[in-house]
Design a protein around this ligand. Structure first.
Ligand code: MF3
Ligand code: CO
Length: 260
């Protein structure tokens, strides 16, 4: 069952999406060697609550943080902890904010200090593949067109696509129908139509596509322990156009500010 949103509901989705984008921008200011992921989590929780939102991951099916923390080989759903970030890490920060009853979901993978050219290239390709997916998400296109565009872009560059986790519909709940896989055939799946809100979120590995979920039932990492990258936007179809409701502008501003 796909819940189509009214234009008014999409405005609320936009406000939740802006807040989640600003939250990632705030967290970006704190990312540096020596900081713990628990500190980043506290910064995010406080920022969300100070701005009239609710940290939707915290307590979701027992999840123990505001942020999903994805250092190096971690793919999704890592826990905030006393782990200290070190120079050369990459860290994906994935979070969902609820505002006025609707959800915004976004993820960005950051470099900690100076990162190897291989990790930088993985992050660049993954980020680019998100926009390639968004470009394929034209009204009237099908979910499979998005999936295939992302898969083709990444596999042509010799990266592999995680299959166990997918993007998803979003609205009053963080996960709604339809699923949005990052691999698959063109021309299959649900047709995009006005009122649909979905999250596109490529999870891309440097080595093999295989992942394992640790004994806690949450934390997901690559089986070969090679790095993985992850980026995510929430998008909506409105007036026969696709609008990206989240933005990385706050992150890019925060990163620029560090150098001036
Ligand atoms: N963006 C993540 C997802 O879609 C958010 C997960 S929140 C958690 O899976 F609580 F489930 F971790
Ligand atoms: Co998501």
């Amino acid at each position: 069952m796909i819940y189509l949103k009214t234009p008014e509901e999409i405005e609320t989705m936009r406000s939740a999406s802006t807040l989640v984008s600003q939250t990632l921008g705030e967290v970006a200011r704190w990312i540096e060697p020596g900081v713990t992921t628990r500190k980043l989590d506290a910064v995010a929780r406080e920022f969300i609550m100070d701005n009239g939102g609710k940290p939707a991951c915290l307590g979701y099916e027992g999840f123990p943080g505001t942020l999903c923390i994805e250092v190096n080989e971690y793919v999704v759903h890592g826990f905030p902890s006393d782990r200290v970030l070190v120079d050369g890490d990459i860290i994906g920060i994935d979070t969902v904010v609820e505002k006025d009853g609707f959800m915004g979901d976004s993820c960005y993978t950051f470099a900690v200090g100076t990162v190897s050219p291989e990790k930088t290239a993985l992050c660049r390709t993954t980020r680019e593949s998100l926009y390639v997916g968004i470009e394929a998400a034209k009204p009237g296109a099908r979910i499979g067109d998005i999936s295939n565009a992302i898969q083709t872009y990444c596999e042509q560059r010799n990266y592999s696509i995680v299959r166990e986790m997918t993007g998803h519909g979003i609205g009053r709940k963080m996960h709604e129908a339809p699923e949005v896989p990052n691999y698959g055939r063109r021309g299959i799946g649900t047709r995009l139509q006005n009122g649909m809100c979905i999250c596109i979120e490529p999870m891309v590995n440097m080595g093999s596509r295989n992942v394992v979920i640790e004994a806690d039932g949450w934390q997901c990492r690559t089986r070969d322990r090679k790095p993985s990258a992850h980026y995510e936007h929430t998008i909506a179809v409105v007036n026969d156009k696709v609008e990206v409701l989240t933005t990385f502008d706050y992150i890019h501003q925060a990163i620029t500010d560090k150098f001036i």
